[in-house]
Design a protein around this ligand. Structure first.
Ligand code: SF4
Length: 203
């Protein structure tokens, strides 16, 4: 564990950008830090950057993830500048793939060891932003906050208060999951509608 003390987000991002705490630093093009309002009451917590973020934009939630984000924001009727966006793991996890869209690689889920290595940075972000609601996208960020492996079917659309983070955690499916599994599409949209009401009640 690295001690950073009380530092600004700018300082934190400078440190993260040079991180070599897990092997993902050897394959990344760049570290993708969090973005958005540092006083945002809503934090959107994703899994990890993808190829577009790593190789094209250098920004969180662009490319395919950006399209999901736009739809998400439209649905809950909130602007991108009003929230804070970040990922559980800050560098793109890849696996070899000759037909990869961004280089000879495709995205993969981060490993437990990578999530653990990156935990320190997320903890610092959570302290600095101190959101009232953390909306998690998929099993990786929710499992990270809970510190255990979870099944989305047991958690999605069921907000709970985290004493540790002093915030409501609102579990959502990963938006990409609804493309691969059409059966969860209505559940995903029902959860979004519930989140919209939840935000009205709590923010
Ligand atoms: S994924 Fe996180 S821990 Fe691993 S190198 Fe990147 S910033 Fe460091």
């Amino acid at each position: 564990m690295i001690e950073t003390g009380a530092i600004s987000m700018e300082q934190l991002n400078r440190q993260v950008s040079q991180c070599t705490h897990c092997p993902l630093w050897t394959t990344r093009t760049q570290v993708i830090t969090g973005q958005g309002s540092l006083t945002a009451p809503l934090m959107l917590l994703g899994e990890a950057p993808g190829g577009h973020e790593d190789m094209v934009s250098g920004q969180a939630f662009t490319g395919e993830a950006g399209q999901h984000l736009e739809e998400f924001l439209q649905f809950i009727d909130i602007g991108r500048q009003e929230i804070y966006l970040t990922n559980t793991v800050k560098c793109r996890p890849t696996k070899p793939s000759p037909r990869g869209r961004y280089g000879p690689y495709s995205n993969r889920r981060p490993k437990a060891s990578e999530i653990k290595a990156c935990s320190h940075w997320l903890e610092q972000e959570l302290k600095l932003v101190s959101p009232k609601i953390i909306a998690t996208l998929g099993t990786v960020p929710l499992g990270r906050l809970l510190g255990k492996n979870i099944a989305m079917k047991d958690y999605h659309g069921r907000p709970f208060f985290s004493e540790q983070y002093q915030a409501w955690v609102f579990p959502l499916f990963h938006p990409a999951a609804i493309i691969y599994n059409r059966k969860i599409q209505p559940l995903y949209y029902a959860d979004l509608a519930q989140l919209k009401e939840f935000i009205k009640m709590h923010l």
